[in-house]
Design a protein around this ligand. Structure first.
Ligand code: HEC
Length: 141
């Protein structure tokens, strides 16, 4: 008993000390991040901002716009088709996947993302479609 008592008081003192410190510093960081806009902006960097200087982005996004992909696809939000970011998350950026996804765009596809069919795009050059797919798969969050 003689041994246990000072020991347990020590524990209580230590833990309340840790609580006081931890609680205090947590509160102050919260207040700091709430009052400053910088951290909020950091989490909001769009994929466009993140990759806009990459030549793959520049070429691919231009071709995708010209080809009308933007009617059904947005970078970060599902519209008719999946967002490019979701496609980039699902498929690794490998030559095999670029080729497979180019086939899906050229021939049309359904079932990988739901019931809605992507129409075929037989008029597009394969090399152009591959540039678009490389751009899509670049868009990792
Ligand atoms: C009319 C709407 C529409 C247009 C235009 C369209 N898409 Fe799609 N896209 C879809 C839909 C819907 C899906 C989901 C298909 C599925 O479930 O397999 C899809 C899926 C995809 C996928 C993923 C395919 C897979 O197998 O996972 C890619 C990549 C893609 N589209 C790229 C493009 C590109 C590049 C263009 C422009 C050449 C384009 N899409 C034009 C509607 C569209």
């Amino acid at each position: 008993m003689k041994l246990i008592k000072p020991f347990s008081i020590g524990i209580i003192a230590l833990s309340s000390l840790a609580y006081a410190c931890g609680g205090g510093s947590q509160e102050s960081t919260e207040t700091a991040s709430n009052s400053s806009a910088a951290p909020a902006q950091e989490t909001k960097v769009s994929l466009e901002d993140k990759y806009k200087d990459d030549p793959i982005f520049v070429t691919g996004s231009l071709k995708a716009k010209e080809a009308g992909c933007t009617a059904c696809h947005m970078l970060e939000r599902k519209v008719v088709g999946p967002s490019y970011a979701d496609v980039a998350e699902k498929y690794e950026n490998t030559p095999e996947n670029v080729s497979m996804l180019a086939d899906h765009v050229i021939n049309g596809n359904v079932g990988n993302w739901g019931e809605i069919q992507m129409p075929s795009h037989p008029h597009l050059e394969r090399s152009d479609v591959e540039d678009m797919i490389k751009y899509v798969l670049l868009l990792k969050r």
